[in-house]
Structures are given as structure tokens and as C-alpha cells.
Design a protein around this ligand. Structure first.
Ligand code: HEC
Length: 147
């Protein structure tokens, strides 16, 4: 192989190199990580029957979902913002009602509808292997969730 051919092969090889992942890929995972922490604290607050704290994390979670819709509206051609509108936002309504009523039992039940929405969307976006749980057995935070 002469040098000209070698150079040509290098150029073609570079063009065939795998394209980098879309730039929003790591960003969505980070945004989801924040959402996971807020969801966990919401669940711990609800489990402790702390309506004031649950209302705070409910608001923060909804803000985070809106941030995701703005910053990562699409992920690998999947309509993330649309799925959040359809699957995620409506799942927070029972929690809103429960914290307004300061009803501990309904707050605990409302956690499940939120967690189910997380997992439904993971399945819808080919990430069903990311399974969220309420995670209320242990408090891993240096924070009290008691009312
Ligand atoms: C739009 C649908 C959708 C919804 C709703 C959704 N997720 Fe995700 N989630 C994704 C996708 C897609 C990824 C993979 C992101 C990536 O590969 O960069 C992901 C990744 C994650 C991860 C992995 C990142 C990490 O830090 O470990 C966690 C955790 C997570 N989501 C938690 C949640 C929680 C908690 C909820 C519900 C409150 C939720 N997600 C709701 C689509 C969704």
C-alpha cells in the first residue's frame, strides 16, 4: 500500500468511526439522579406522615420534571418531554391531594403511583432495567423526616 492509499484509508476510517452519543445523554442521567434523590426524600417524608416536608419534596420533584422537559426534551429520538406530560405529571395528583388533606395513609399510597410512573416510563424508553422502589425501609440520609 502506498502512502496516498494509506492516508485515504485513514480518512475513510475516521469517517466510519462510531459517532459520539448525543450530548444530552449524560445530562439526562444526571437529571434523573437528582429526581431519584428527591423522590426518595418524598417517599421517606410521606412514610413518616410529614405532610409539610412531603409537600416540599413534591414541589421540588415537579420542578425537576419540568427542568428535564426543558433541558432534555428528547433522548435517542424518544419524546421524553411528552412522556413526562403523559406518564409522570398526572401521577403526582394523588400526592397533592394527600398532602393538602394531611392524610398520612393516602400519602403512603400516593408514593406508589409515583414510583409506578417512573418505572412505566423506564419501560417505555427501553430502560426497564432501572427499577425504582419507594425505599422507605432505611433512611440513608443525615436528615430527619419525622413531622
Ligand atoms: C421520560 C420517561 C422517564 C420518566 C418519567 C422517568 N425516567 Fe428515569 N430515566 C429515563 C431514561 C430514558 C433514563 C436513561 C438516561 C440515560 O441513559 O442517560 C433514565 C434514568 C434514570 C436513572 C439512572 C440514573 C442514575 O442516576 O442512576 C434513575 C435513577 C432514574 N431514571 C430515576 C427516575 C425516577 C425516580 C423517576 C420518577 C420520579 C424517573 N426516573 C422517571 C426516563 C424516565
Amino acid at each position: 500500500m502506498n502512502w496516498k492509499l494509506l492516508a485515504l484509508a485513514a480518512v475513510v476510517g475516521a469517517q466510519l468511526a462510531p459517532v459520539e452519543e448525543p450530548s444530552n445523554t449524560p445530562e439526562l442521567a444526571l437529571l434523573m439522579g437528582d429526581l431519584q434523590r428527591l423522590t426518595h426524600k418524598l417517599a421517606l417524608s410521606a412514610d413518616a406522615g410529614n405532610a409539610v416536608l412531603a409537600a416540599f419534596y413534591l414541589h421540588e420533584s415537579q420542578e425537576q420534571l419540568r427542568k428535564i422537559q426543558t433541558e432534555a426534551p428528547e433522548y435517542e429520538n424518544l419524546p421524553v418531554a411528552l412522556l413526562i406530560d403523559r406518564l409522570a405529571h398526572p401521577a403526582y395528583a394523588p400526592m397533592q391531594d394527600a398532602v393538602t388533606a394531611k392524610d398520612a395513609k393516602r400519602m403512603r399510597e400516593a408514593v406508589n403511583s409515583i414510583v409506578q410512573a417512573c418505572n412505566a416510563c423506564h419501560t417505555a424508553t427501553q430502560h426497564g432495567f432501572i427499577r425504582i422502589t419507594p425505599g422507605t425501609e432505611v433512611n440513608p440520609f443525615n436528615q430527619s423526616f419525622a413531622p
